[in-house]
Design a binder for this molecule. Structure first.
Ligand code: TPP
Length: 270
C-alpha cells in the first residue's frame, strides 16, 4: 500500500480513528495538516517545532493521531497549557484544537484572556453545536430553539458569538470556515501560521450521530448538504455578519486581520 503524503504527520498505527462516519473532524484535521505541510515544504516551519494541544472531547482526540509533539490535556484547559508551552519555548509553533464546548464553554474564560493578551497561538474551534462525546448536551454555540439532550423543549439561551468575542478582545486574526469547504480551512490555517499573536479559526462541522440524528437528519449526507447550504462564503465580511443562526445560516470568511504585536513581543521574549 502506498503511503499518503500526510502520513508523516500522523501516528498511522493508531488508525482507524474514533470519529463516526460523516463526522467532519477528520476533514478539518486533514486540511490543517495540508496547510502545515505547505509551510514546512516552504521552509517556514520545522516539524520539530510544531505542537498541538487539545483538551477533551471527540475533537480533542486529534492530539493522539498527530506525529509531532502534542498534549491531550484537561477539558477546557488546552489554551493555558499551550500558552505555557509557547512562553517556555518561543520558537515553538503552538496550535490548539478543540470542540466548541471545550473552547467556548468550559475553556471560555481562558479563550477570553488569551485573545486579550494576543497570545501567540493558533486556536481552532470545531463547532458541531453540541457536546458530542458525552451525548449531545447543549453547548454555548447551540442555536436558540434547538433540540439537544439537555434542552428537550428547545434551547432557551442565546448562543455566544465567539467570532465577535475574540475579535473585540483584540485577536490578530479571526476567521470562520466549514468542513463543507475544506479549501477555506487550508487557506486560513496557512495564513494564520504566518502570523503572530492570537489567531482564531472557527470550523463548522457536521456531527451526524449526536447532533444531526437527534434533530431529524437520518443520513449523514443530508446533514452535510444542509450545512453546506447554510454556509455562505464572503470575502471580508463584517463582524455584524458573524451570527450563527440555524434558520438563516452563517457567513464563512476572514472577519479580522490585524498586525498588532503578539504577547511574546510585548514582553520582550522575541
Ligand atoms: C472538567 C470536565 N468536565 C466535563 C467532562 C466531561 N466531558 C468530556 S468530553 C465532553 C464534551 C466535549 O464536547 P466538545 O468540547 O464540544 O467536543 P466534541 O466532543 O463535540 O468534539 C465533556 C463534557 C470532563 N472530561 N472534564
Amino acid at each position: 500500500m502506498s503511503a499518503h503524503p500526510l502520513d508523516k504527520y500522523l501516528v498511522t498505527k493508531r488508525l482507524p480513528h474514533i470519529w463516526c462516519p460523516g463526522c467532519g473532524i477528520g476533514v478539518a484535521l486533514a486540511a490543517i495538516l495540508r496547510a502545515i505541510d505547505r509551510r514546512v515544504r516552504e521552509g517556514a516551519l520545522k516539524p520539530e517545532n510544531l505542537v498541538m494541544v487539545t483538551g477533551i472531547g471527540c475533537t480533542a482526540r486529534a492530539a493522539i493521531y498527530v506525529s509531532f509533539d502534542s498534549a491531550h490535556t484537561i477539558h477546557g484547559r488546552a489554551i493555558p497549557f499551550a500558552s505555557g508551552a509557547k512562553l517556555a519555548n518561543p520558537k515553538l509553533e503552538v496550535m490548539v484544537l478543540g470542540g466548541d464546548g471545550d473552547i467556548a464553554g468550559i475553556g471560555g474564560n481562558h479563550l477570553l484572556h488569551a485573545a486579550r493578551r494576543n497570545m501567540d497561538l493558533t486556536v481552532f474551534m470545531i463547532t458541531n453545536m453540541v457536546y458530542a462525546m458525552t451525548g449531545g448536551q447543549v453547548a454555548p454555540t447551540t442555536p436558540t430553539g434547538m433540540y439537544t439532550t439537555t434542552t428537550p423543549k428547545g434551547n432557551p439561551e442565546t448562543p455566544v458569538n465567539v467570532i465577535k468575542l475574540v475579535a473585540y478582545q483584540g485577536a490578530n486574526y479571526v476567521a470562520r470556515a466549514s468542513t463543507t469547504h475544506p479549501a477555506l480551512i487550508e487557506r486560513y490555517t496557512y495564513r494564520a501560521l504566518g502570523m503572530e499573536g492570537f489567531r482564531f479559526i472557527e470550523i463548522i462541522s457536521p456531527c451526524p450521530e449526536i447532533f444531526g440524528r437527534h434533530i431529524g437528519f437520518r443520513d449523514p449526507v443530508e446533514l452535510y448538504e444542509e450545512i453546506k447550504k447554510k454556509s455562505k462564503y464572503k470575502p471580508k465580511p463584517s463582524l455584524e455578519e458573524s451570527d450563527l443562526d440555524w434558520e438563516r445560516g452563517w457567513v464563512l470568511g476572514e472577519f479580522i486581520e490585524r498586525n498588532e504585536p503578539g504577547y511574546l513581543k510585548r514582553i520582550g521574549r522575541v
